[in-house]
Design a protein around this ligand. Sequence first.
Ligand SMILES: [Cu+2]
Length: 285
Amino acid sequence: MRRILLFSGLFLGLGAVLAAFGIGVIGGGSAALAAQPEPWQWTFQPAATPVMENVTQFNNFLLYVVTIITLFVFGLMGYTMWRFRASANPTPSKTSHNTLIEVVWTIIPIVILVVIAVPSFRLLSHVRAIPEAGITVKAVGYQWYWGYEYPDHGGFAFDSLMLEDGERGAQPRLLATDTALVVPVDTNVRLLVTAADVIHSWAMPSFGVKMDAVPGKINEVWFRVNKTGTYYGQCSELCGIRHAFMPIRVEVVSQKKFKAWLKEAQREYGAAFPHTIKLANIETK
Ligand SMILES: [Cu+2]
């Protein structure tokens, strides 16, 4: 009995540590206004969309599940090694079957899988069911930069290229871009993702978005950002020699600012639509 109490105490203690960690992860998300990778970061970036909030919660839930399973197996192994050691157990048991325990160790894993599968499928359908969109934008992956098109907001297009160290100003290294995908806050954005040459992937960690950009195919994904700010992501499909140098910058602005930006963008980029493929200025030294 004392041993059982000791094990339960151990599980509860570790559960409390985990709970504190989970709260820390979720709590940390509310303070930041925008997201980019941070030095020594070892958890997700703060969630900026409902999808990413759900992804983070599901991840934390799984962390509890795997920790409890790991501790249980580890504890059981330790107990078995100690309880049935040769010196305490000179005549070993010859038991090879136990119907009850075999039923239990089949049923419990099934229950655990069902408990994981239900929220998993719920999250998957939340990600895949694209809601009525307030704006549709198209991201096109090129070797090695991104192009953006606004087909239903003036029909203009422009490219977004990485800025080198001398020209990036206060923007983060390897994530700085000359232009950004600009979208309004609290609006459902439908993003059409495709590529012109090889497979790329449009990935924005704080949005919970990672979508393959496949030549000849249009993939669809959505996000609704609830905080204004600058968000950084990267191409996440190995696409060639400058794969690491085609970052993604999204500027999430108020409705008013977005309208003002639209006017300016239509004037500046309107003539370039329909988009023509142009080669990036690449140095391959
Ligand atoms: Cu790429």
